[in-house]
Design a protein around this ligand. Structure first.
Ligand code: GAR
Length: 197
């Protein structure tokens, strides 16, 4: 069923933006319940900026990522409904979390609560998993609240890493799974919001 008004999504990212790219790619399908209308970053020259240019999506650099009211008015300017974090390395200001309560999701490259919390992001997670010689790791997609990696979990998926011989190999394998699952979860979430309006 085609959607008349797609849900407006803002992606927040600080890094290379491979998840942003996967979310945008999916949004180009007819059946997608969301469209990505802005990419927000605390890094002016993040790789995700190139992704935004590639797809012609506005890029907003937010120098003061702690300024809740300014971020809220920026998002309102774009009519943002949902925020999807994809490797965003800053804690969101509490005002923003409150204003977008149950409307912010994050992807984390481990099976939370394992390998979560402050300092646990990106390669740090995979290095810790590698050191522990685990045969599997995973991903978690969860709602965001005021603390790192703590909100209600939506989806978890296990990833077999028995064949991975470095943290980089673990990262690559985990990202492949992230790119498959994150767009679907965002789509399902937006579909639900949609059917309520
Ligand atoms: C992703 O693996 C994501 O799960 C992770 O950062 C990476 C961003 O990669 N997020 C966290 O660690 C959040 N605590 P990308 O820039 O290629 O999408």
């Amino acid at each position: 069923m085609p959607h008349q008004h797609k849900v407006h999504v803002a992606i927040f990212a600080s890094g290379s933006g491979s998840n942003a790219k996967a979310l945008i790619e999916f949004s180009r399908k007819n059946e997608a319940a969301y469209e990505v209308i802005v990419i927000v970053s605390n890094k002016e020259l993040a790789g995700v900026r190139t992704v935004s240019e590639q797809y012609g999506i506005p890029f907003e650099y937010v120098a003061d990522s702690g300024n809740g009211p300014a971020m809220i008015s920026l998002l309102q300017k774009y009519g943002v409904d949902i925020i999807a974090l994809g490797g965003y390395m800053r804690l969101l200001p509490p005002e923003l979390v409150k204003a977008y309560s149950s409307k912010i999701i994050n992807i984390h490259p481990s099976l939370l609560p394992n390998y979560g919390g402050k300092g646990m992001y990106g390669m740090n997670v995979h290095m810790a998993v590698y050191k522990d010689k685990l045969p599997f790791t995973g991903i978690t997609i969860h709602f965001v609240d005021e603390e790192y990696d703590r909100g209600l979990s939506l989806v978890q998926a296990k990833v077999d890493i028995a064949d991975c011989t470095s943290p980089e190999a673990i990262s690559a394998k985990v990202k492949t799974i992230e790119h498959l699952i994150y767009p679907m979860v965002l789509h399902e979430m937006c579909k639900r919001i949609y059917s309520q309006t």
